[in-house]
Write a protein that binds this ligand. Structure first.
Ligand code: GTP
Ligand code: MG
Length: 181
């Protein structure tokens, strides 16, 4: 049914750990040093939870233009908005900047599901959920949220599973998979 699934990671701010997340997922260990932007990779179907080949696309504000970002947004089947749980400003930017920008760039009838990803959970004692839940209630396009850590590999494979699930078995009322084909 789906040939491929494209998962795009966007920033909220630089240095929240997008590239590290991708590298941790792929190599199952935390990389000490990462490039600004990970090369686009395709995870073969048989090693993904939902058995669908999945492209993972990184975004780097430093290396890419806005136009390139808009192109990636229009191709994506699911977008992970990555913030850092130890950085309040990065959470604010989710609603002040990223969700409106993505909505502006996608069709009203075929909006992509969004996943809020709070990275660096190893650095804090308290969860960011109290701040995140009202945002989830406000925007129906947000399919789910997850706190993870690229560093200690917590919830990394779960994040990947949620992203696939958001496309293949969406629960949100706005998203209709038939129209996307
Ligand atoms: P830009 O590409 O510049 O926007 O940054 P990015 O979002 O890709 O972040 P990157 O992966 O380059 O990580 C930024 C810094 O955060 C690096 O020093 C990483 O080692 C660190 N980092 C990434 N993930 C984690 C994490 O889960 N925990 C901790 N403690 N540090 C992390
Ligand atoms: Mg990066």
């Amino acid at each position: 049914k789906y040939l491929d699934l494209i998962l795009l990671l966007v920033i909220v701010r630089t240095k929240v750990g997008k590239t590290s997340l991708i590298m941790s997922l792929v190599s199952e260990e935390f990389p000490d040093e990462v490039p600004l932007r990970a090369e686009e990779i395709t995870i073969p179907a048989d090693v993904t939870p939902e058995r669908v080949p999945t492209h993972i696309v990184d975004y780097s504000e430093a290396e890419q233009s806005e136009e390139q970002l808009y192109q990636e947004i229009s191709k994506a089947n699911v977008i992970c908005i990555v913030y850092s749980v130890n950085n309040k400003k990065s959470i604010e930017k989710v609603t002040s900047h990223w969700i409106p920008l993505i909505n502006d760039r996608t069709d009203k009838d075929s909006r992509v599901p969004l996943i809020l990803v709070g990275n660096k959970s190893d650095l804090v004692e308290h969860s960011s959920m109290e701040t995140i839940l009202p945002i989830m209630n406000q925007y129906q396009d947000i399919e789910t949220c997850v706190e993870c850590s690229a560093k200690n590999l917590k919830n990394i494979s779960e994040l990947f599973y949620y992203a696939q699930k958001a496309v293949l078995h969406p629960t949100g009322p706005l998203y209709c998979p038939e129209e996307k084909e």
